[in-house]
Every structure is written in C-alpha cells, then in structure tokens.
Write a protein that binds this ligand. Structure first.
Ligand code: FMN
Length: 367
C-alpha cells in the first residue's frame, strides 16, 4: 500500500503514528511508518534534546517527526507561580475533596509537585521547535491551530514539512492559506483535543476543501487495516493514528505505568468522554471515576487553558502514583474498545497493513 505521501515523506507505508513515547515513535519509523513524537510533555528543552538524540540513534536512519502545541488563541504567558494565583480557591477545594473521596494517596514525603504541562505556552513550544530544528526531523506538526508564520518559514528553510490538525474544513483552509504542507483531518472520535465532526463526515469535507493543494491525512477512529482502507476511500493520502499505540509493549517501556494500559485494555468504545477537565479545551479522555466526579452537580466549570492543567497537574501526578485503573486521567479515542491486548508496534503495524491489503482485495471484487 503506497500513496503519494510515501514518496513525499520518504516512508514505506502511509501510516503516521502520533505518540508521547520516543520508544513507540522510533519503532513506528523503523517499521516503515512515520513516528511523530509529541513534545508537549517536555517543560525542559534540554530533556527534549536528549530524547531526540536517542531518536536519532534508534530510528535506523528512517524519517521521524515531532508534534508541538501552539494554540491559535494564545493562553496567558507567565511563570507558573503567577498563573496559579489565578486559580479560584473553590476549584482547588473541589480537586482536594475529590482526590480524598477517590482514596488517592498524597505525594510521598519530600516528593515535589511538578509544574504541570507548560508545552502549550508559545514560549515553551518555540523552544521545542528550536531543538527539533537541530535534529534530522522531517515533519513538524502543530495541534490547536496553524503554527505562527515565522515557525512555518523556519521549518521550510530547514527542509521540513509542516502539518497541522484540523477539525473543520474552514480550519484546513486557514492552515493551507498560511503555508501548511499537510493537513490532518481529525474527527470527533479521536483521543486528545478533538472537535465535533465525526471522521466519516469530516475527511471528505477537508479533502474537497484543500485536497487539490496539499495531502490530507485522516485521523480519529483509525486502529485497524479496514479503518486505514476507509480513510483512503474517503480521499485521504494516509492515516494519522494515536490511540492504537498506547497498548503497545514499547509504550509500557516509556511510562512503566501499568494502570493506564490495564484501564485501556478493559475499556469499551463507549468508555470515553469529551471534556475540558484535562487542559481547559475539549479533549477525549477515558471515562473513569475521576472524569465522572467532574460531571457531578457540585463540580465547578473547568478553567480555560492553561489554568485547568495547572489546577489538576498535582492531581494527575497523584492519580498516576495511585496505580489504580479506575481513576487514571488519560486521553484516548473511541477505538479503545478494540485495544484488547498488548503487542509490539511491529505487530500492530503489520496487522494493520495486512488487513488493509485484504480489504482492498475484497473491495476490488465488488462492482
Ligand atoms: C494520549 C494522547 C495524547 C495526544 N496528544 C496530542 C498532542 O500533544 N498533540 C497533537 O497534535 N495531538 C495529540 N493527540 C491526538 C493525536 O495526534 C491524534 O490526532 C489522535 O490520537 C487520532 O485519533 P485516534 O486517537 O482515534 O487514533 C493525542 C492523542 C492521544 C491519544
């Protein structure tokens, strides 16, 4: 299965895998797809630099990409300490009360509460771009809007392709008008930040809007070969995937956090919820006792980005430490219902490609 995207990105298969794990990203690239490493978790640019050094030695010389988050509506910039002053005390009380009710232990004595995710502040995301440009990265993707014009210009000067996620045809047109090279049409069923239009409706709309100018990748709800084939049938040049890599053995190597995989393996496709509680913008998460607490009548409205994540950042640390699958806080798409065992990346990709080929053969017999 080869499309024009394969030649454009120098990859064997038109499957791009977004992942927060360098182990997963490198394995996707080594196996002929394009691994795209999510950078938002790196508050420290030097740490990202070291991880990209590791990627450079572990992708077997194959192309890989990075993903940064530069929201088009710029969240308040400032030191975390200043920003946290903007968090209302009632919100903090709700979080403390909920964690107590869920039986989530305090941090260990002497353990420092982290700063939360700061990667969506433009200053931090720009430091990610600067680091990425020092490595042999082939693609830089942006979530939550078009990257600023100077970032697109810098990437092009270094020979990188620029991709951006779009939840509507209008977003896609705006991206292409600003110089974006690849549009990722991401449907409602996707994990993480997501819009309101389902992939089945969105992908052909985006293809019709911009497909004559740039390649369009379909995202949201793709975890199998039949879904990859469907993406191509809808006019996409390839698939952009995220959720299906979270139950790989390589993902377990990055987090060492068994509770998340246990929770994902047991979840059905109805066990997700689109909510603002993770970052302040709508994102699809696994439904757990933590997300349900935020749906109770006494729960406050989530705060805007970036305050909401600062509010819940220590809670996320504690929920992770708790090691309890019933309370994890984890972005995941509706394909979670089909993620029922832990497999290496190579097996997930091979099965996807085999099933896509079988689908094309089956469809070729239909007239
Ligand atoms: C755990 C997780 C974290 C994500 N974080 C980001 C991110 O930081 N930047 C981004 O562009 N997309 C992010 N996404 C969305 C993915 O890039 C991708 O569009 C989405 O997972 C595709 O839908 P699927 O989950 O149905 O495969 C995330 C998705 C998941 C599951």
């Amino acid at each position: 299965m080869r499309t024009a995207l394969c030649a454009e990105l120098g990859i064997e298969h038109p499957v791009v895998g977004f992942t927060p794990s360098e182990h997963v990203a490198a394995a996707i690239s080594r196996n002929g797809g394009l691994g795209v490493l999510g950078c938002v978790r790196f508050n420290d640019a030097d740490e990202l630099d070291a991880v990209l050094d590791w990627m450079d030695s572990n992708t077997g010389g194959r192309p890989y990409g990075v993903d940064v988050v530069m929201p088009s509506t710029v969240p308040t910039e400032g030191a975390p300490d200043d920003l946290t002053e903007l968090i209302p005390p009632q919100h903090r009380e709700f979080v403390d009360r909920t964690l107590r009710q869920l039986g989530v232990p305090e941090l260990a004595e002497g353990e420092r509460a982290g700063d939360g995710v700061l990667g969506w502040l433009h200053s931090v995301a720009r430091s990610h771009v600067e680091v990425a440009l020092r490595h042999p990265v082939s693609l830089i993707a942006n979530a939550l809007g078009s990257p600023p014009p100077d970032v697109i210009g810098q990437a092009h000067e270094h020979g990188l392709r620029v991709a951006a996620l779009a939840g509507t045809a209008k977003h896609a047109q705006r991206h292409v008008d600003k110089g974006v090279d690849i549009v990722v049409a991401q449907g409602h069923e996707a994990g993480g930040h997501t819009g309101e239009i389902a992939s089945m409706v969105l992908v052909p709309e985006v293809v019709d809007a911009v497909g004559d100018r740039v390649p369009v990748l379909a995202a949201g709800g793709i975890g199998s070969g039949r879904q990859v084939a469907a993406a191509l049938a809808l006019g996409a040049s390839g698939a952009w995937t995220g959720s299906c890599w979270l139950t790989t053995s390589e993902y377990a190597m990055t987090t060492g956090d068994g509770a998340v995989q246990t929770a994902l393996l047991g979840a059905r496709s109805t066990d997700t919820v689109r909510t603002r509680i993770y970052t302040g913008k709508p994102a699809r998460l696994l439904r757990t006792r933590w997300t349900e607490a935020w749906q109770q009548e006494d729960a406050p409205e989530p705060l805007p980005m970036p305050l909401q994540n600062l509010l819940v950042s220590e809670a996320h640390q504690r929920l992770t430490r708790a090691g309890d699958p019933d309370v994890v806080s984890m972005p995941i798409g509706q394909v979670v219902g089909r993620l029922n065992d832990v497999q290496p990346v190579s097996d997930v990709l091979a099965k996807m490609l085999r099933e896509a080929d079988e689908t094309f053969e089956r469809l070729a017999k239909i007239r």
